[in-house]
Design a protein. Structure first.
Length: 413
């Protein structure tokens, strides 16, 4: 019934870090606005945000001038400042990117140039220099990135949710948006708790963002294809093999960064991920299958072209998924001392990757506008690092609202 409809100036779909940062930024830009975050889970950060490696990226890899490059560089600073302000445990530990074979040095050279073009102060290392940072790593050369850090993004999300509530907003869990439709005054969103009417909609639905965008009448010109990242974890007695973060030089012909070592903020050390097609958009286990999701992926021309163009690398990733020995061999390329007995399986994540019909991964963040709505249709790594900046960008793109007075330019979330 009409009297039971919840009304909000802004509804944000998705309780991950991008959705929460966007809601907080909207509160900052529009003081007094009613802001409602809707998430289908029982708490914040249950998907990509809470299952990533917790790295505060510096912005090495991204094309200069791209949204990823600009927002990651700025986000590195704002995320660290946010953690300091709110007492969130974090550490600026730096990372090394290493060439383990002479034929990788040219790619390391290009990566160094890109890092400097992105305004980063990086240090070139020879083999001895790499060992000074990471004594157990085998490499012929490396790049040290001092501003890379680690944090729990789930904890950051919890703090953001608290700030939203303290500012008069609401983060509502168990509130899956089952349908949405446009009306003259905004959008109506159906949830198990009843309908919600929002003057303006922000879609941060992650793994389901493309479907939500289409329901709202937007065309993202891409489709989310889920890739599961599988990790192992070093046993506690072998954590001393890794001081900080150790990355290989990425393969320029494959759209993922490769298996690496990450020391987490809780002291554990994770190794991975590989990247394989998930058989469900929330397919965190190898046995998770959703017929609709899998059918959409396999029928999608973009995925078919991507698979054809990356047959060799894709086969390696799939073999590494089923063979622990193969996974360990990839780790030994970085740290020869690692053995199969040193690692145990850890929690997997699923990357919501937008893919074009032509088979190209959408390389940058993708924001799609439709009447009364803005949709975040591609926000993989480094979205967590850049989340506060993404939130500000989204809030800045929301058109002026007749009944709300924007805060002065320069106000910060």
């Amino acid at each position: 019934m009409e009297g039971l409809v919840v009304r909000a100036d802004f509804a944000v779909i998705g309780g991950g870090i991008v959705g929460l940062a966007s809601a907080h930024a909207l509160q900052t830009r529009f003081p007094g606005a009613s802001v409602l975050v809707l998430d289908k889970e029982d708490g914040p950060a249950r998907h990509q945000t809470g299952r990533n490696s917790g790295v505060i990226h510096a912005g090495v890899y991204y094309a200069p001038g791209s949204l990823k490059a600009r927002l990651c560089h700025a986000g590195n600073r704002s995320m660290v400042a946010f953690c300091r302000e709110h007492g969130i445990a974090h550490e600026i530990c730096g990372k090394v990117i290493v060439a383990t074979r002479p034929e990788e040095v040219a790619a390391l050279d290009r990566l160094e140039t890109r890092a400097r073009d992105n305004g980063l102060a990086v240090t070139r290392l020879d083999a001895a220099g790499v060992r000074e940072h990471e004594p157990h790593v085998q490499a012929v050369a490396g790049l040290y990135v001092p501003t890379t850090g680690i944090v729990s993004y789930r904890r950051v999300s919890e703090v953001l949710a608290g700030l939203i509530a303290a500012g008069g907003g609401e983060v509502r869990y168990g509130a899956e948006v089952t349908a949405l439709r446009r009306d003259a005054g905004g959008h109506v969103l159906d949830t198990p708790g009843g309908p919600v009417h929002a003057r303006f909609l922000v879609n941060c639905g992650g793994l389901h963002s493309d479907r939500l965008a289409r329901k709202a009448g937007a065309d993202p010109q891409s489709q989310i294809v889920p890739f599961r990242g599988e990790y192992y974890e070093l046993r506690p007695e072998r954590r001393s093999l890794v001081r900080g973060l150790i990355y290989p030089v990425p393969n320029p012909d494959f759209p993922f960064l490769g298996v690496h070592f990450t020391r987490m903020i809780d002291g554990s050390v994770h190794a991975g991920p590989n990247a394989v097609l998930a058989f469900a958009r929330e397919g965190y286990h190898k046995t998770d299958v959703n017929v609709r999701d899998l059918g959409e992926s396999l029928r999608y021309p973009g995925f078919q072209r991507l698979a054809r163009n990356n047959l060799r690398e894709g086969a390696r990733e799939m073999w590494r998924s089923v063979s622990k020995a193969a996974f360990v061999r990839s780790l030994q390329a970085l740290i020869p001392e690692v053995t199969a007995d040193d690692v145990v399986p850890s929690e997997a994540g699923v990357r919501a990757q937008a893919l074009t019909p032509q088979g190209a991964l959408v390389d940058d963040f993708l924001f799609v506008e439709s009447p009364g709505a803005l949709h975040v249709c591609n926000a993989p790594s480094p979205a967590a690092t850049a989340s506060l900046e993404i939130g500000r960008l989204i809030a800045g793109r929301v058109p002026p609202q007749d009944h709300l007075t924007p805060a002065p330019t320069g106000a910060h979330a």
